[in-house]
Design a protein around this ligand. Structure first.
Ligand code: BTN
Length: 330
């Protein structure tokens, strides 16, 4: 086992154990000498990990540094396809751009590109996405779905459901999905998702799933205050970004096969979390604006609307806003 592998193995063992682990046991598990374990512990402490040492019981991880660490994160999602390779950049324009570039260069499915800060983070409809350093999770996943192109629209609902579940699990706060894939807690947006598909003639199609999670902000610019929140604001305490990142990757990975087989489970969850159900909304889809009351989500994740004249319509993509002029028919 190389030194880096031993360090990652050590971190993984410490992260998984709620108890102290004796040095001799760690040495045996990692197949290194007890001196090597002590050296790795010293190195991890130097990197900001707070590791307690009890002379009788051994070592216990108390806190990890508030930094995204690629090897540590990769170890936390070991065995998952999504997150099978993790890269962390201190600063970039947009992780979606980086992941797309690597996708064009042939990178394998499952690559996860994180940045501590984005200088040109973007949201849907070309909007700017605030991506302040270390406040949140700004990352992109490279996907190479093997199913047929018409099914790629399912990625939107799949991502929303998996991320909503992960956030709920880590925060114990109920998460809702504002169609198509914004994640809300207490009526405010905490996660934005931007999926960009890349098609070319060679057939090497791929999608970049960009995820922005507001984690530890204590406030937002005035213009966002009525709509945006962070998980810290919702929970009342700071959160460990690495734990949340790992939980999201694991949930996405766990739900990934249902895109082809078992998508009804994804839709069932999306329906239970639907923030817009029963509300009058306006949906902008390209040049079309449709107004109506949300009556549900169909088996492909499309939005069902009842129009003013009573007709039902199905919307497959777009941006929804709650209509001020709308009537509440509930
Ligand atoms: C939205 O709600 O409009 C989508 C926001 C998506 C933001 C993420 S942050 C990581 C990735 N890189 C980007 O430039 N955008 C996405």
């Amino acid at each position: 086992m190389s030194k880096t592998e031993a360090d990652i193995g050590l971190l993984r063992a410490l992260r998984r154990s709620p108890h102290h682990i004796p040095r001799s046991e760690l040495a045996e598990r990692l197949q290194v000498s007890p001196e090597n374990v002590a050296a790795s512990i010293a190195e991890l402490r130097g990197a900001g990990y707070d590791i307690e040492e009890n002379p009788h019981l051994g070592y216990k991880l108390i806190t990890a540094p508030d930094r995204l660490i690629a090897d540590d994160l990769a170890g936390m999602v070991e065995g998952a396809l999504l997150g099978s390779r993790v890269l962390v950049f201190e600063k970039t324009d947009s992780t979606n751009n980086l992941a797309a570039r690597m996708g064009r260069e042939g990178a394998a499915e499952g690559l996860a590109v994180f940045a501590e800060e984005q200088t040109a983070g973007r949201g849907r409809l070309g909007r700017r996405w605030e991506s302040d350093a270390r406040m949140g999770l700004w990352f992109s996943l490279l996907l190479r779905p093997r199913f047929s192109l018409p099914l790629w629209t399912r990625l939107t609902t799949w991502a929303a459901v998996a991320i909503a579940e992960a956030i709920e699990q880590e925060t114990n706060r109920r998460t809702m999905i504002k169609w198509p894939n914004d994640i809300y807690v207490d009526g405010k947006k905490v996660v934005g998702i931007l999926i960009e598909s890349h098609f070319d003639n060679s057939g090497e199609n791929f999608a970049v799933l960009g995820i922005g999670v507001n984690v530890n902000h204590t406030q937002f610019p005035l213009e966002l205050q009525s709509r945006a929140a962070s998980l810290r604001m919702a929970c009342g305490h700071p959160l460990d970004r690495m734990q949340i990142a790992a939980a999201i990757l694991r949930k996405l990975d766990q739900w990934y096969p249902t895109l082809e087989d078992g998508f009804h489970q994804v839709v069932t969850d999306a329906r239970e979390r639907s923030f817009l159900n029963g509300k009058w909304i306006q949906v902008i889809s390209g040049k079309n604006v449709t107004e109506g009351m949300v009556t549900g989500i169909d088996s492909e994740g499309c939005l069902l609307l009842r129009l003013h004249n009573g007709d039902e319509t199905t919307i497959s993509s777009g941006e929804a806003t709650i209509s001020m002029s709308g009537r509440d028919n509930s």
